[in-house]
Design a protein around this ligand. Sequence first.
Ligand code: NAP
Length: 278
Amino acid sequence: MNIINGKQIAKEIRENLQKEIANLNIIPGLAIVLIGNNEASEIYVRNKLKACEEVGIKGELYRFKGTETEEEIILSLKKLNEDPHINGIIIQSPVPAKYNEEYLNSFISPNKDIDGFGIYNMGMLASNTPNLVAATPAGIIKLLEHENIPIAGKHAVIIGRSKIVGRPLALALLNKDATVTICHSKTKNLQEITSKADILIVAIGKAKYITQDYIKDGAVIIDVGMNRDSNNKLCGDVDYDNVVDKVSYITPVPGGVGPMTIAMLLNNVYESAKKGAK
Ligand code: NAP
């Protein structure tokens, strides 16, 4: 059994990025749009800004109180689209309920949409001509490739169909020639499907939901979940201790998929800056 060390792999990516960015003739810029007051978002944003600084990206925070009209925020997004010092724009999720997050995101220029959630970038991924790919799915592909885990011809089962993980991941795996099955809360006979998976990716947001009964001997398990268990300890969607002896590879939580997400986000800013630098 192999534990996939996402923390170490992400560190290597960030170190490499730092070198690549130092060789660019511009300083890449990331604009983070934060609307309203959300304690968790404050922490995520702080971490993203710190990660930017470490690799040489200039992170800029654009704060909105949450009292502005949608039009005022859209106007700022349009200005950021035109700003040559900004190569990537993200709107920190969730935004206050009075705004339409999807609508706001649609105003980010496709080449600055480093979250890859926009219709253009999702469409490019669906057409197997990827441009900017959502960071978590991109990170999962990187983990599999780093460990030399074959994807082509393998049966990959994804539990979860969110716009940020399940859907783009299904497309990314399909582009790598996997046979992909997507499961969700309305899926019948979940265990029957997941126990046929060569690669099982779980992104449901339910602590330790997946036990031995859901997996086949020697399967590769990628755990995207980030939850707190009954002792308030960080844990995944997979019951790690219960499955660990049955798998060939597994990502731990913490230290698996999570660190890859931020590394791939930084990588997207770099890719976007590289295009702009030409
Ligand atoms: P989400 O938007 O809530 O989507 C959850 C998905 O799981 C939905 O498609 C839902 O089905 C499905 N689902 C829920 N319960 C299920 C069940 N019992 N059986 C089968 N399917 C079920 O969540 P998300 O944003 O994708 O995030 C999922 C988890 O990953 C969370 O723990 C989140 O914190 C974590 N996450 C981690 C990272 C990272 O970098 N490590 C990044 C993103 C998310 P329906 O569509 O039918 O409702």
